[in-house]
Design a protein around this ligand. Structure first.
Ligand code: BG6
Length: 525
């Protein structure tokens, strides 16, 4: 322990905890912020949420902000301004968002009142520039009253079709410019989808950049804010033992799986246009792939990490679109049972046409053309209404080059497998072979598990809490950079075009029963 403190002054947070089966030491590398929510004091600021009466604000943003508040994770001088079209008083807005009292957390009501005092509401007509001038005046008054010092985050929790308009209006009202010095910063936060294809992604970017510099733009991918996704880089680059085997010589295949039990829910309008490739692959799956495949950057700094991810996207082997069936399975769920309950098929969902050919499942085999990964297939699979919700990355290693047991055991030696579990269990598991106890010589596959929460008792940040904290800190590490967005679209666009050609739409789609694990054979890789 002393040696370690000598190496990393100030980094060690807790004594190693010893258990019969495992031991853990925790060091804050400034990454997760799990132990102490914010490593440094946060600037005072105002968070302006457009689309404040919408689903995202109510279901994700407000609960995340309230939770942060309860855990002391927000700046002392913070104001939250909800904006939407409907006129409303502050008090009505506060009441509308008040969470139901949870039996398990008495006193939440008191904390809510304290938190709600920081909430304000300003009606804004997005089409009217005068309305934005009023907003600017309101924010100016708030700065004077609450000491928020002109620091502002504009969170666009609105349908993507409004991004360009809102960014322009914010700029026209003079709200996007940053003042000299430490205070008076302005940031804009957008959620995926970043465009519908490469061209629209570039259009969106141009509109954002009319008013904002790239350093002011935060493009959210909530997968990046998941603790175990962040952990991929720690696992790979803070341990010397894994990196030497993390390549084509030892790895036979990598699988990235994000299966969901949920269907399209109330989002048919969006999903009918998007389908699984735009909804999950263009963003989340690509980011996870990049973390697994990237080279170590010289230092853990935002642009350097992003540069390495960009190199992965550049090295993606163009997809063989002339014969897509070999490497791509698309599916759509039909009726079935999930968790024992009957569920409708995709075509029976509200807002979906009865002859819809939108894929809700995809399994895609892709290759990365560089020295490290040449010839190693990456199998990316994601789908809705599958039997289980599982998010995990599996590294399948090669079999032993020569089995000395062949003549004794008469069986193949199963290869090692490393699984980085993201959901439902946050864990790392390694499967390896041992001798089965007893007189006979037999192999036994065993699993060594590390559970991420093992020996940890501090507060756990959910993805939105992490994202909000990072926006306030101005840390862009867990967000998309535009070059990555464009490269991801460049890779996917030809595939989308090919799949969406009229004659291919129906031909490529395989139907699967809700509650199954997708079209038959899709997982075989
Ligand atoms: C969203 C997609 O980005 O990610 C949804 O739009 C999907 O369709 C969701 O359900 C999955 O996220 P998670 O965190 O539940 O794996």
């Amino acid at each position: 322990m002393e040696d370690r403190m000598g190496e990393h002054p100030g980094n060690v947070e807790s004594e190693p905890v010893r258990q019969a089966t495992a031991s853990c030491e925790t060091e804050d590398l400034g990454l997760s912020g799990r132990q102490c929510i914010t490593p440094e004091p946060l600037d005072p600021c105002t968070l302006v949420i457009f689309g404040a009466s919408g689903d995202l604000a109510a279901r994700k943003l407000m609960p995340a902000l309230f939770n942060l508040f309860r855990n002391g994770g927000l700046p002392d001088r913070l104001r939250i301004v909800g904006c939407a079209r409907t006129p409303m008083e502050d008090d009505a807005f506060r009441e509308k968002l008040r969470p139901a009292e949870e039996p398990g957390s008495p006193g939440a009501g008191g904390a809510w009142d304290e938190f709600a005092a920081r909430l304000h509401y300003q009606a804004v007509d997005y089409t009217d520039s005068a309305s934005f001038d009023e907003l600017a005046a309101f924010l100016g008054r708030l700065d004077a009253e609450a000491g928020t010092m002109g620091n502002r985050i504009f969170y666009l929790a609105v349908p993507p079709i409004l991004y360009e308009l809102l960014a322009r209006r914010i700029g026209e009202a003079g709200l996007a410019s940053e003042r000299e010095g430490r205070n008076g910063w302005a940031r804009i936060v957008v959620e995926k989808p970043f465009g519908h294809d490469l061209e629209t992604a570039m259009d969106l970017d141009r509109s954002l950049h009319e008013s904002f510099a790239e350093s002011q733009v935060f493009r959210i991918d909530h997968y990046l804010a998941k603790e175990t996704v962040q952990n991929v880089l720690i696992f790979r680059f803070a341990n010397a033992i894994f990196e030497p085997v993390w390549n084509r010589r030892y790895v036979s295949r990598v699988r990235i799986l994000a299966s969901e039990t949920l269907g399209v829910e109330h989002r048919a309008g969006y999903y009918e246009q998007a389908g699984v490739l735009r909804d999950m692959f263009q963003n989340h799956m690509m980011q996870v792939l990049a973390l697994i495949a990237m080279e170590p950057p010289p230092r853990f700094e935002t642009d350097w990490v992003m540069d390495e991810k960009t190199k992965v996207f550049r090295a993606l082997r163009p997809f063989p679109i002339e014969d897509p069936y070999e490497n791509l399975v698309l599916g759509q769920y039909g009726p079935g049972f999930v968790n024992g309950a009957p569920v409708p098929g995709y075509r029976q969902e509200a807002g979906v046409g009865e002859d819809s050919l939108t894929p809700t499942f995809a399994s895609m085999r892709i290759y990365i053309d560089n020295w490290r990964w040449q010839g190693v297939p990456f199998l990316l699979t994601s789908g809705k209404r599958l039997g289980r919700k599982v998010t995990e990355i599996t590294i399948e290693f090669r079999e032993v080059p020569h089995s000395i047991f062949r003549n004794v055991l008469g069986e193949r030696v199963a290869a090692n497998r490393l699984t980085l579990g993201i959901y439902p269990e946050e864990k790392i598991s390694l499967v390896f072979q041992t001798k089965n106890p007893g007189a006979a010589l037999r192999l036994r596959s065993v699993t060594m598990d590390f559970h991420y929460s093992q020996n940890y008792t501090g507060p756990v940040l959910d993805a939105y809490e992490k994202v909000l904290i990072d926006c306030i800190r101005g840390d862009r590490m867990l967000f998309w950079r535009q070059d990555g967005v464009e490269l991801s679209w460049s890779f996917l666009s030809p595939i989308l075009e090919r799949c969406e050609e009229c004659e291919n739409r129906g031909r490529m789609l395989r139907f699967y029963e809700a509650g199954s694990m997708g079209p038959e054979g899709a997982f075989d890789g």
